[in-house]
Design a protein around this ligand. Structure first.
Ligand code: SF4
Ligand code: SF4
Length: 328
């Protein structure tokens, strides 16, 4: 294995975005990401061969110490030995960014929700079927669904059922939790799929403030139903609730406590925390330090989740906070 600086997404990953395909979905580091594989993508016009060819080009540059500027500051860059051939896929991200049954105040789609909800979306299932047929997906690889609400897309149930049937066993779905999905439930039962449900609140009032839809009861009803699909008591890692900290909106400790109580009472053992992206970007762009209250809150959440015996998953902006201030 040759040693050089690279990242696992560049080597073996890709992200399906609304109208293009990228190497990854990372964009909150200095370089800003956006390593395009195919712009103006509508489900056609790129083959797996084209993708691997482009990956080889970037990999050759990395081998020669030329790191693309867009990767600068990304925590995924590491210097280590990499497998020689890039000819397999191990990480797939679906970020369709069309349609959602929530209307979160921090979502970038808030500028025009109507336009966002009517954006066309292409089918990925044909390309995914080809990937598996050609045995180009390495067993054990990770598949994630994110932005927009995946469960309301026409092909979602078929796509997840196909993945479950064809050996994918590390699938993560980010969902608003407002619509219940049988495919997700099946994946949880088979211990092949985890669902991360967007709570962002501990009370109905705050839920309505952040989500701008009145679905607090539905959310917790579905969350409990997914939690019940987890089989072993020791193995409850397949359902998580997520909280995005939005300064001056949902960052009171009391609200966090209520969210943690609801989560534990629903039979969930794992939580995800992040910080609103626009807020962090503003701090970054204006060279401002993270405020003390945020550091204090980060610490509080870490200690609280320990008390509750919860697994804490740190998403990007929260991870930058805990790393920078050495919070443990
Ligand atoms: S280093 Fe970061 S930005 Fe660059 S391809 Fe990898 S994950 Fe994406
Ligand atoms: S659930 Fe996700 S896609 Fe939907 S409005 Fe909220 S942040 Fe945006």
């Amino acid at each position: 294995m040759q040693e050089y600086t690279s990242c696992h997404w560049l080597q073996h990953g890709l992200s399906f975005e609304n109208d293009h395909i990228e190497m990854c979905c990372l964009c909150c580091h200095k370089g800003g990401g956006r390593l395009y594989i195919k712009e103006n993508y509508n489900g056609k016009g790129v083959s797996w061969e084209d993708i691997f060819k482009l990956k080889e080009k970037f990999i050759e540059e990395n081998k020669n110490g030329i790191i693309d500027k867009r990767c600068e500051g990304c925590f995924n860059l590491v210097n280590r030995g990499w497998e020689e051939a890039a000819q397999f896929i191990n990480y797939i991200h679906f970020n369709h960014w069309t349609h959602c049954n929530s209307d979160c105040i921090y979502c970038y789609t808030k500028w025009d929700k109507k336009a966002f909800n009517s954006r066309p979306h292409y089918k990925v299932l044909p390309m995914i079927k080809e990937l598996f047929k050609k045995k180009l997906f390495k067993p054990g690889g990770e598949i994630t669904f994110a932005g927009g609400e995946p469960t309301i897309l026409n092909e979602f149930e078929d796509l997840v059922m196909f993945l479950l049937k064809n050996g994918a066993d590390r699938i993560t779905v980010h969902s608003s939790g407002i619509k219940f999905s049988k495919a997700i439930e099946k994946g949880i039962k088979e211990k092949k799929l985890s669902v991360c449900l967007s709570a962002d609140s501990g009370t109905r009032e705050m839920y309505k403030t952040v989500k701008r839809v009145d679905k607090f009861d539905k959310f917790w009803q579905n969350t409990k139903k997914y939690a019940e699909a987890q089989k072993d008591i020791e193995d409850k890692i397949y359902v998580e609730t997520k909280y995005i900290l939005i300064p001056e909106v949902n960052t009171k400790k009391d609200e966090i406590d209520k969210w943690l109580d609801l989560t534990v009472n629903a039979g969930i053992k794992s939580v995800v925390v992040d910080i609103e992206n626009d807020y962090c970007k503003e701090l970054r762009d204006t060279n401002q330090a993270k405020p003390d209250f945020l550091v204090d809150l980060g610490n509080y959440i870490i200690q609280k989740t320990k008390e509750y015996g919860l697994n804490l998953v740190e998403y990007n902006n929260f991870r930058y906070l805990t790393t920078e201030f050495n919070l443990t």
